[in-house]
Design a protein around this ligand. Structure first.
Ligand code: HEC
Length: 177
């Protein structure tokens, strides 16, 4: 009994070498890890950064970010006369606005958007403000209830698309004063 660590409480510790197969697996894993790391970072196209930004793009397409502001010059709708935007805007209008403004925009609970009468202004800048922020009860002029804000549900891009559709149908919706 030279080494006290070799036996304790009746349990004997042998200093056997590790089995050969175990060592092969161990060193094999180390070598694999080194080559894998080099391959992953240098040569593979599985870059996590690209993957992440593609996912972010998909997300933003599905859920337009209210902070993502469409660039405008003096609040003029940049999508005016853009046929793609007009088509997209029509779809959005059918989903979000018809319940109150009617299927053709000629009014139900909400006012007619196809005539020449405007309660809250008829320029791109004013309409954008109305649709983004809605019309709170204290600012309503019809007294038929408020108009809900759409800055979170639609966001800037989709609102400009809807406005492009409205402007294509009602020339009284002016780019600016
Ligand atoms: C819950 C009903 C409701 C929904 C949904 C709604 N609106 Fe309205 N909207 C109203 C009401 C009510 C008013 C008028 C408020 C008032 O009395 O001043 C209004 C006013 C407006 C005006 C101002 C009209 C003017 O004469 O100045 C615009 C533009 C407008 N809505 C566009 C939209 C668009 C675009 C959508 C869809 C994205 C939409 N609204 C969705 C109820 C709604």
């Amino acid at each position: 009994m030279s080494d006290p660590n070799k036996e304790f409480d009746g349990i004997r510790q042998d200093d056997n070498p590790l089995p050969t197969w175990w060592k092969w697996v161990f060193f094999g894993s180390v070598v694999f890890a080194i080559f894998y790391a080099i391959y992953f970072h240098k040569y593979s196209d599985w870059g996590t950064t690209e993957y992440y930004s593609a996912q972010v793009k998909d997300y933003e397409k599905e859920f337009p970010n209210k902070n993502l502001k469409v660039e405008t010059v003096d609040g003029v709708n940049p999508f005016r006369n853009n046929s793609e935007a007009i088509t997209a805007g029509q779809t959005t209008f059918q989903t979000y606005c018809v319940a109150c403004h009617g299927p053709t925009g000629e009014g139900l609970v909400g006012p007619n958007l196809m005539d020449k009468q405007w309660l809250h202004g008829n320029t791109d800048k004013q309409i954008y403000e109305t649709v983004m922020k809605g019309v709170p009860v204290e600012k309503t002029k019809l007294g038929r209830g408020p108009m809900p804000p759409h800055e979170n549900s639609l966001g800037s891009e989709k609102i400009y698309q809807v406005m492009a559709w409205l402007a294509a149908r009602n020339p009284d919706l002016k780019a600016s004063n």
